[in-house]
Design a protein around this ligand. Structure first.
Ligand code: SF4
Length: 408
């Protein structure tokens, strides 16, 4: 295969037909870094307004580094995968303290920044600084696997090594009249616009004459990807969450920064109802859940049963395992915080039909009904549970036996 011809065809197509995206109008490495992190697992159309707001709110590495985690997560709310925001903040703090706020220009040095992996380093170095360095992400992997007829599993170590080698071959062969960043962005653009997973548009693709998959009719079998587990094969993690509402305010807990969903606010929850009620200092709660929330994560299914509880008189914030803070928030202002997706879904359900109205049947097992648009493999359903037909006031309420109300 003539690598220089392939590389030139990619750049020519990109410079002629590329989409006009706001981060393509700048060479600011920080702006490009933010866009690349936001675009991981999130669609372009969703990212654009978030990126524009982010760059207004945190216009420099230093501005981001000095922002509180709560502000950063709130600005990210709606994009999902909040670990990306936490990593961006950690990276900005490292660049500010170690490098005076200036991102390095070489991919090898960029990879030393927390949260910047090989792909992001390649993107920043090639686009912002013109380094002849390759990159491979999901879109690029699909294009390369098809063009070069790579039959290794693209998620395997061997497959990744092959993909990066082919990307490096193209970069090395790129005629000097072309910009390295345009080759990398051209590969991404082809994967995003023409070389789609299920309906590649080979008839209008500039690589059709070079492409092994197109010439041999193997677009359907390339790239080779590992079989995914069925949802029904994933283990179930059951949690109990407390809906504690008083005078229009909801009690939320913030996850400790180091764990899963770190720094996000959510309904306080634990492995059992008694455990979390005791930890929060709740003395009364409904015996039956008012709703369930089911969510399929990458390696397991999460089922959260939501129980109404009375607001504790006082709270010991540090006593709740896995959390570092508690707060009361007006229901209308909950989404202004960085809130976990499960709690957002439960709140949405409540806003549609508050718990006191007629419920729907409870599912017998977790079953996703709505697929999240943000997750590569995440589905969410939030359901109300059946409750007694007696008036609400007559419904049974249970009390904890321990006196767990504590002072601050
Ligand atoms: S010719 Fe078809 S399969 Fe090959 S890169 Fe282009 S769109 Fe993808």
């Amino acid at each position: 295969m003539e690598h220089a011809a392939v590389a030139s065809a990619i750049v020519t197509h990109y410079t002629r037909d590329r989409r006009d995206l706001p981060w393509r109008r700048t060479r600011d490495p920080y702006a490009i870094w933010v866009s690349e992190i936001m675009l991981q697992q999130t669609r372009v159309a969703t990212v654009i307004p978030y990126w524009e707001r982010w760059m207004t709110r945190f216009p420099t590495v230093r501005a981001l580094a000095e922002a509180p985690l709560d502000d950063v997560l709130a600005a990210w709310a709606g994009l999902g995968y909040f670990s990306r925001a936490r990593n961006l903040l950690a990276g900005a703090q490292a660049v500010t303290t170690r490098l005076g706020g200036a991102l390095p220009s070489r991919a090898a040095e960029l990879r030393a920044v927390p949260g910047i992996g090989p792909y992001t380093a390649g993107a920043i170095a090639s686009i912002a600084f013109g380094e002849r360095t390759p990159l491979v992400d999901g879109n690029v992997a699909r294009v390369l696997a098809r063009v070069f007829g790579i039959t290794d599993d693209i998620k395997s170590t061997v497959g990744q090594r092959t993909l990066w080698a082919r990307a490096a071959d193209l970069m090395a062969a790129l005629p000097t009249v072309h910009a390295p960043g345009d080759l990398n962005q051209g590969l991404m653009e082809l994967g995003a616009t023409l070389c789609s997973p299920t309906s590649p548009r080979c008839l209008v693709c500039p690589l059709a004459t070079h492409c092994v998959a197109a010439r041999t009719g193997k677009q359907d079998v390339l790239p080779v990807v590992p079989a995914r587990k069925k949802e029904s094969e994933l283990p179930i993690l059951s949690r109990a969450a407390l809906w504690i509402e008083a005078r229009g305010e909801l009690l939320l807990a913030r996850r400790s920064p180091e764990g899963l969903f770190g720094g996000l606010w959510e309904l306080p929850q634990g492995d059992s109802l008694a455990e979390i009620a005791s930890a929060v200092g709740v003395t009364s709660f409904d015996a039956q859940p008012v709703a369930y929330h089911d969510q399929t994560l990458t390696h397991r299914r999460l089922r959260i049963a939501v129980f109404r509880a009375g607001m504790p008189r006082s709270i010991v914030r540090a006593a709740i395992p896995g959390y570092d803070s508690l707060t009361r928030v007006k229901l209308s202002a909950v989404r202004e915080l960085g809130v976990a997706a499960a709690t957002t879904a439960i709140l949405t359900k409540y806003e549609d039909t508050p718990w006191s109205s007629t419920p729907q049947p409870s599912p017998s097992s977790p079953k996703a009904t709505t697929r999240s648009s943000k997750a590569s493999r995440a589905s969410v359903s939030t359901r109300r549970t059946p409750t007694s037909k007696k008036p609400r006031s007559a419904r049974r309420r249970a009390s904890t036996s321990s006196s767990t109300t504590r002072s601050r």
